[in-house]
Design a protein. Structure first.
Length: 198
């Protein structure tokens, strides 16, 4: 088998016992403590919804990882879109009961954040503060005219992590996961990675 172009690498002190992965695109050595996944021919969507399981040593650790990609459609130039239900649904579909959910936005003019879901004025206030932080009238050099969106994406960040407990997101009572659009309207992608024990 030719050496793969790795997109994921994990090095461990204990020997890898076996691996189950839905696409079978991997290089696996039972004698080494390293594991390399190949670069998928169709991008991240090729393994959306799949999962793989690691077992390290005799009954030492069982580790499951699930991945899913969702599409978000924004309707305005700037918008906070509640995607909590979609993220929670991905967690329920996975075999993970306790672990971590990572939500990642692969865009440079959009972000992801966790904040209040009760009062809609909070979303308006957040967007107002971000506009003040990255005003339109600065002498930006970027020729596309969307430099404020790039700045706002940096301020919000491209990922958030949420603890998974008993198969559910351990969000606070008033917390929600929001996709933050700063250069819409557009069709966007959000990647959800779910890591933990089954």
């Amino acid at each position: 088998m030719p050496a793969p172009n790795p997109i994921f690498c994990m090095c461990l002190n204990s020997q890898i016992q076996y691996l189950v992965f839905t696409t079978e695109n991997y290089l696996f050595s039972p004698t080494l403590s390293s594991l390399f996944f190949t670069d998928f021919s169709h991008g991240p969507e090729a393994f959306s919804g799949g999962f793989f399981v690691f077992h390290f040593g005799p009954n030492v650790l069982s580790w499951v990882a699930a991945m899913k990609t969702i599409e978000v459609r924004s309707a305005a130039r700037e918008e906070l879109i509640d995607i909590t239900a979609a993220v929670a649904g991905a967690v329920r579909e996975s075999p993970v009961k306790n672990g971590l959910c990572l939500v990642f936005v692969p865009h440079t003019t959009a972000g992801i954040l966790i904040n209040e879901n009760a009062d809609p004025d909070v979303k308006a206030d957040l967007l107002l503060a971000l506009r003040k932080s990255a005003p339109e009238d600065l002498p930006y050099g970027h020729g596309e005219g969307n430099s404020p969106a790039h700045v706002k994406a940096c301020l919000t960040g491209s990922s958030v992590s949420v603890i998974i407990e008993n198969g559910r997101l351990a969000l606070g009572t008033w917390q929600a996961v929001y996709f933050a659009e700063f250069d819409g309207p557009r069709r966007r992608l959000v990647h959800i990675a779910i890591l933990g024990g089954s």
